[in-house]
Design a protein around this ligand. Structure first.
Ligand code: SF4
Length: 390
């Protein structure tokens, strides 16, 4: 007999078969010439997890809850042998076992958060869906969610790859997306288009190395070329722009004639940032310290010099071309249509299952359905063209 559990299990138990079906469908569409892979557009959409916002707990609370869940599972196992209907007992056992598994997964997620560099004080994991993450929502506010990455072929709007990630932003998600497209179709897109949230120096370089044309807005960094001091109540005469750079000695001269020596460099988003610092003793005895670096107690004043990387400069220049701008204008319609359909027409605003694998399958079911709908529309269009009288 098919009951709700059978159907639910079927939806999320056969991930290899479902992936195979998705790829086979792409193969048929591709053979039909409907997926040229000339231009692919990637976009991410947040879909709420099956977890309440107040289900996030610290590690100690999860450890305690796991002990209680283990005791409950043991008690239910003993109880079922003695009393109660077998069916009811099995249902209770299943619920308790699933809770125990979720809590075990929750403990593993704390290790994951540590690897991601999350501060110990801020580490919280949901006891309902441990793999969900709190993400900023498009309409405002925060909620436990997953980030669904969708790649769409621009010619006919077919979804060519789907991925579900735990990161709350799209930064550095283009390469994995291109890999998924390649896995599915054994071919690399000639051109990829994203919004500015994907742009990084590494992504620009990676696309160049893979001979893929990359189109995306090259956003200027906020505060480009400025030191963080410039927003901290420093008077106008002591802003970073008032410090003079000497390329020969690779140092700066401050308005009081003191030298700021080169200290180190770091990569900031699309730029290399070089840091220069004055001697602590110079600043301590300086009569203008209160206007220049009032907060510095243990170090001298610093300034930063930013330099754009060659690959980024080339990319920026390309994005100023008319062609690139025209292509980018088409991004929203192509890339966001599947996202909108999945949410608005299929009603997938919140996952009905938990965990990355199952959630990935639910997203894949939606995209497979979407592709079949696109395919039917294309077939109708083709049939209508064929029967047109000459
Ligand atoms: S505080 Fe230091 S860096 Fe600033 S003006 Fe004085 S000596 Fe120069």
């Amino acid at each position: 007999m098919i009951n709700a559990h059978t159907l639910s299990d079927f939806r999320v138990k056969h991930d290899t078969a479902l992936n195979g079906l998705f790829v086979q469908t792409l193969g048929l569409l591709s053979v039909d010439g409907l997926i040229p892979l000339e231009r692919v557009m990637q976009d991410g959409t947040k879909i709420r997890a099956k977890a309440a916002a107040d289900s996030f707990r610290r590690q100690e609370r999860v450890e305690q809850a796991l002990k209680e869940a283990q005791a409950q599972v043991a008690a239910l196992q003993a109880q079922s042998e003695e009393e109660g209907s077998r069916r009811m007992a099995k249902a209770r056992q299943r619920a308790a076992r699933e809770r125990q598994e979720r809590l075990e997964q929750a403990l593993k997620e704390f290790d994951q958060l540590e690897k991601e560099g999350k501060d110990k004080e801020q580490r919280r994991v949901s006891t309902s869906d441990p793999e969900a993450r709190v993400m900023k929502q498009p309409g405002g506010g925060y909620a436990p969610s997953y980030n669904v990455q969708i790649d769409t072929d621009a010619k006919n709007g077919v979804v060519v790859a789907v991925g579900v990630i735990q990161a709350g932003n799209d930064f550095e998600q283009l390469e994995p997306g291109v890999d998924r497209v390649q896995d599915n179709l054994k071919e690399t897109p000639k051109e990829v288009v994203t919004d500015g949230g994907y742009v990084s120096k590494d992504t620009i370089v990676a696309m160049k190395e893979r001979a893929i044309e990359y189109i995306a807005p090259c956003v200027d960094e906020a505060g480009k070329g400025q030191s963080s001091y410039d927003n901290r109540g420093v008077s106008a005469e002591y802003q970073s722009s008032r410090f003079i750079y000497d390329a020969q000695t690779n140092s700066y001269l401050c308005p009081q004639g003191k030298i700021l020596s080169y200290e180190g460099k770091e990569q900031r988003h699309l730029q290399l940032s070089y840091r220069y610092r004055a001697k602590r003793s110079d600043c301590e005895g300086c009569p203008m310290k209160s206007q220049c670096c009032p907060g510095n107690r243990v170090t001298g004043r610093s300034v930063h010099r930013s330099e754009e990387l060659a690959e980024v400069a080339e990319f920026r220049q390309k994005m100023q071309s008319e062609r690139a701008r025209e292509i980018y204008k088409t991004r929203a319609q192509v890339a966001e249509t599947p996202n909108l359909w999945i949410k608005a027409k299929f009603g997938l605003r919140q996952f009905s299952v938990r965990g990355l694998v199952k959630v990935g399958m639910e997203a894949l079911w939606a995209c497979l359905t979407y592709n079949i709908r696109v395919w039917i529309r294309l077939c109708w269009r083709r049939a209508a063209t064929v029967v047109q009288p000459a």
